[in-house]
Design a protein around this ligand. Structure first.
Ligand code: GSH
Length: 230
């Protein structure tokens, strides 16, 4: 039974799902959605008007973190979550950190036009990176290649798409991954070597052009509106 995926190559959330599908070697049919010009039928597919959404058998599933957990449960090999309850809890903490702390600040910094407020978001973003470095990967990887050690997990696939898009923050807001985040530097390099990552990688220029409307806060659409409001 093939998985149908509704995706957009610019979208980091959909990027998570594509990487998970590829890492598990799941057959999938991709429908690319133009987020600037969504087809009329898309509202029937996506209850929140967003990508990614998958259809699998009788199920239609949305929200990238839930989709990835579903895929990990429905297609158990190779497993992308640890087995023991304590380790699973730690993995979930970092997935939650990505969703509730790291990702929103990425968007808020980009959408903000007031320079002083941009600086505030920039400080917060750098704090998050240092926290991830010290409390996250620095403790959990035990010098392995990935966030939780030597085995790739959903934590890696949850964060990676924003690192591929860090060029956007660097270009528009002069923010990059600090040199003292050495675990994160090495982790980013390790992930960049994976075949799944390389097969759908986009060049910096693509993201810089695609995110221009975020950087000058003229982007329409649900995601930017939610980020402005929260
Ligand atoms: N929380 C959602 C976020 C998905 C999301 O925001 N997707 C964006 C593209 S990156 C989207 O489709 N936005 C539609 C719009 O802005 O109108 C998830 O994790 O799947």
């Amino acid at each position: 039974m093939t998985v149908d995926l509704y995706s957009a190559s610019v979208c980091p959330f959909a990027h998570r799902t594509r990487l998970t599908l590829m890492e598990k070697e799941i057959d999938f049919q991709l429908t690319e959605i133009d987020l600037n010009n969504k087809p009329d039928w898309f509202s029937d597919v996506s209850p929140y008007g967003k990508v990614p959404v998958i259809k699998h058998g009788n199920y239609r599933i949305w929200e990238s973190a839930i989709i990835n957990e579903y895929l990990d449960e429905a297609f158990p090999h190779p497993p992308l979550m640890p087995k023991t309850p304590g380790e699973r809890a730690l993995a979930k903490i970092w997935i939650d950190f990505a969703n509730t702390k790291f990702v929103p600040v990425f968007y808020k910094m980009l959408l903000e036009q007031d320079v002083a407020k941009q600086e505030k978001w920039k400080r917060q973003f750098l704090e998050h990176l240092h926290f991830m470095e010290q409390e996250g990967i620095g403790q959990l990887s035990e010098n392995g290649n990935y966030w939780l050690g030597n085995t790739l997990s959903l934590v890696d696939l949850t964060f990676y798409p924003w690192f591929e898009r860090l060029c956007v923050l660097e270009h528009y807001r002069n923010v990059s991954l600090p040199e003292d985040c050495q675990f994160l530097q090495q982790w980013w390099h390790n992930l960049s070597q994976r075949a799944s990552v390389q097969s759908i990688q986009n060049p910096s220029q693509f993201y810089i052009a695609e995110y221009e409307k975020y950087a000058n806060n003229t982007v329409a659409g649900v995601t930017a509106q939610e980020m402005r409001n929260n």
